[in-house]
Design a protein around this ligand. Structure first.
Ligand SMILES: C[S@@+](CC[C@H](N)C(=O)[O-])C[C@H]1O[C@@H](n2cnc3c(N)ncnc32)[C@H](O)[C@@H]1O
Length: 411
């Protein structure tokens, strides 16, 4: 292959595979960069989307984040511009076609390397998405620096980097392919790799890791991206902390928060108390070692000197917003003692919900503040004071926010 092997790979196998015609029937949403999630994690829930908003999607691929952001901002009537940047013309063409099917005119598509961004003369960006890209650069730190250079004061980023432990089995396989077939065409490498996958002994770590399966479900591009990547590496939580700190940034959240809390996996109260003495970042690192299954780290960062704090569930003015859940439907299935659970890559995390959950959920409409919800509930629960209500809402928030289902924002 001539030129940059990573560019060549994504010209031949744009990733993830997407058919623009599917835009007519569904919107792909995810993390990072869901608008309510990024407002919570980057702006403390206080971003005013009636003001101009500039977002960059760096290494936008076939368009998932750019399309989601553009659609969510358009639905809100937000005066926004999203700049999409990618080195792959093939990926860009798919992303453009998706935008066209949706009639989105708030995305500007640019074919360039994110490393060139500081020289491209863009106005600074309020928000930057960079999902699954920096770990493909020769120097991820140079990529982080380039992104930081175009970040507006008070802005932030949502990123995804591969997790080392959860990808157990991937790198030995890539190592074998490097020994077996490097100078071949991409098609020939795919064929050799498929032969090898079919012959793995039962002790092989790829075979023993059932949660690594993109090569089984996403066609040639999924197979190539996982097992034949021209350049990829993975990160541990402390390495992510070091990478962001070196660029003058700090991490505000790992997604989903409950999975980065060691207490989610432990029952022994003495162990939980002991682990709770660690700093937040140490607890996140501990959770990665404990769970052992994190294939990706999705996280948000802001400038190290940006004092923004996550919205507090005890703030009367905070407006709760549910994600991908119908509050009435959720409330109708609840009885006292209901437990909320989420399963990711083989592990289920359970959070008990407080007794008033159904009543509170029935009032969450993305517009009412906690104060207003409390006022409504008082009409049917005589004597329900703010502090009793707030205690129950905080328990509900801990459960649902921890599992990525509830965010807070302000008017
Ligand atoms: C694994 S895909 C992820 C795509 C997208 N961010 C997503 O999450 O769906 C990686 C993308 O990064 C792009 N890429 C790799 N190096 C790049 C660079 N230096 N500048 C811009 N894009 C790059 C590739 O072309 C590819 O489309």
């Amino acid at each position: 292959m001539i030129g940059d092997p990573v560019k060549n790979q994504y010209e031949a196998y744009p990733y993830p595979p997407r058919n623009p015609a599917d835009e007519a029937r569904r919107l792909v949403t995810g993390s990072p960069s869901h608008l309510d999630e990024l407002n919570h994690c980057v702006f403390g829930g206080r971003r005013d989307f009636s003001k101009p908003f500039r977002a960059l999607v760096a290494g936008g691929g076939t368009g998932d984040a750019a399309i989601m952001l553009a659609q969510q901002l358009m639905d809100r009537g937000a005066p926004a511009e999203i700049v999409y940047v990618d080195t792959s013309d093939a990926a860009k063409a798919i992303a453009e076609a998706r935008a066209q099917v949706r009639g989105l005119n708030n995305i500007r598509f640019v074919g360039a390397s994110l490393l060139e961004l500081p020289a491209l003369g863009f106005e600074p960006f309020d928000y930057i998405d960079c999902c699954g890209v920096l770990h493909h650069l020769p120097e991820p730190a140079a990529g982080m620096e380039a992104l930081t250079a175009v970040l507006a004061t008070g802005g932030g980023m949502g990123l995804m980097l591969y997790g080392e432990l959860g990808r157990t089995g991937v790198y030995p396989f890539q190592g074998m392919m490097a020994m077996l077939a490097t100078a071949e065409t991409a098609g020939a490498r795919l064929e050799w790799a498929r032969r090898l996958v079919a012959q793995l002994p039962e002790t092989n770590w790829l075979r023993r890791n059932p949660f690594v399966k993109d090569h089984l479900s996403q066609g040639d591009s999924g197979f190539y991206d996982l097992l034949l990547h021209e350049r990829d590496r993975a990160f541990w939580v402390p390495e992510i902390a070091a990478l962001t700190a070196a660029a003058g940034l700090r991490i505000t959240a790992f997604i989903e928060p409950a999975f980065y809390d060691p207490a989610s996996y432990l029952k022994d109260p003495r162990l939980i108390a002991r682990v709770s003495r660690l700093s937040w970042l140490e607890r996140c690192a501990f959770a990665e070692l404990l769970a052992g299954n994190m294939r990706k780290h999705v996280f948000y960062v802001v400038a190290a000197d940006n004092p923004v704090a996550p919205p507090s569930p005890e703030d009367k003015a905070a407006i709760p917003i549910l994600r991908d859940l119908d509050p009435a439907e959720l409330a109708s299935g609840m009885s006292p003692g209901t437990v909320m659970s989420a399963t990711v890559d083989g592990i289920t995390i359970r959070r008990p919900l407080p007794p008033l959950s159904a009543a509170i959920l029935n009032r969450i409409d993305g517009r009412l503040s906690l104060n207003e919800i409390h006022e409504h509930l008082r009409q049917t629960n005589a004597g329900l004071g703010w502090s009793a209500f707030s205690k129950q809402f905080t328990a509900l928030y801990d459960a649902l926010h921890g599992l990525g289902k509830l965010y807070l924002a302000f008017r």
